[in-house]
Write a protein that binds this ligand. Structure first.
Ligand SMILES: C[S@@+](CC[C@H](N)C(=O)[O-])C[C@H]1O[C@@H](n2cnc3c(N)ncnc32)[C@H](O)[C@@H]1O
Length: 231
């Protein structure tokens, strides 16, 4: 893609061309995502987490590693259906500016809507999923009002610090790509960023077991990898 023949040729280019580093990151980072991915996770949020969070006057939620926004829109739809959208703010972050631009636009391929509609209903959604978007022959444009309380911003979990105190952090299918040291760093960051009784949701192949903060969390739904900070 870069037209260089050797790794050192690529290194040379990365050192001297900032855009080349951006292209490398975009290419290396796995951005696969979906709306209401793993629907049972969203059922657990609806049934077990929202009732706890409802007691707060205002919620700050960090969606870390949000990719192109499908997960963030899913969270926003869930909050709206639970009547919590007006008193919540989602901070949706990713290392990759290109996917964040797509997230801000909220325009997703129409061909995905059949899969996302099925996920939405399996996730406990009760409305017409199509009421959330306008479709043309190629794309579905999600209602901008869904994300009026969402801040999309670049944040690198490997090097950036905490930027707020959150009542919930959703970071799914990101840590699975990190080695143990980097996972430890991110768990330190999440622990420092969560309020007491804050909720942490990770991906189905991820866990806080065996991390140094394991004892500081209780399990809310171990199958769905949802935990609550109790210290
Ligand atoms: C496989 S996607 C997961 C998206 C979404 N959370 C989901 O489960 O569908 C992983 C995302 O993590 C992001 N990512 C990778 N390394 C990161 C880092 N160091 N800091 C923040 N985001 C990162 C990637 O850019 C990508 O968008």
């Amino acid at each position: 893609m870069e037209g260089v023949q050797t790794i050192s040729g690529l290194q040379e280019r990365i050192l001297h061309e900032p855009n080349c580093l951006d292209r490398l990151i975009v290419d290396l980072a796995v951005n696969v995502t979906a709306m209401f991915r793993d629907p049972a996770f969203f059922v657990a949020l609806r049934d077990k987490v929202i009732p706890m969070l409802r007691t707060y006057p205002f919620l700050r939620i960090w969606n870390a590693g949000c990719s192109s926004g499908e997960e963030t829109y899913s969270l926003a739809i869930l909050l709206e259906e639970c009547g919590m959208d007006e008193r919540s703010r989602i901070y949706a972050t990713d290392i990759n500016d290109a996917v964040l631009r797509r997230a801000r636009e909220g325009v997703f391929p129409l061909e995905k809507m059949r899969e996302y509609t099925a996920n939405y209903h399996r996730a406990g959604g009760t409305r017409e999923f199509s009421s959330y978007y306008d479709a043309d022959s190629k794309v579905a444009r999600f209602r901008p009002s869904l994300v009026r309380n969402v801040v999309f911003a670049q944040h690198n979990l490997a090097s950036d610090g905490s930027f707020n105190e959150f009542n919930a952090i959703v970071c799914r299918n990101v840590l699975i790509y990190f080695d143990r040291n980097l996972q430890d760093r991110v768990h330190d960051l999440f622990f420092d960023s969560l309020a007491t009784f804050g909720v942490l949701g990770v991906g189905e192949k991820e866990s806080i077991r065996f991390t140094r903060h394991a004892a500081a969390y209780e399990e809310i739904d171990p199958d769905q990898r949802i935990y609550r900070k109790v210290v």
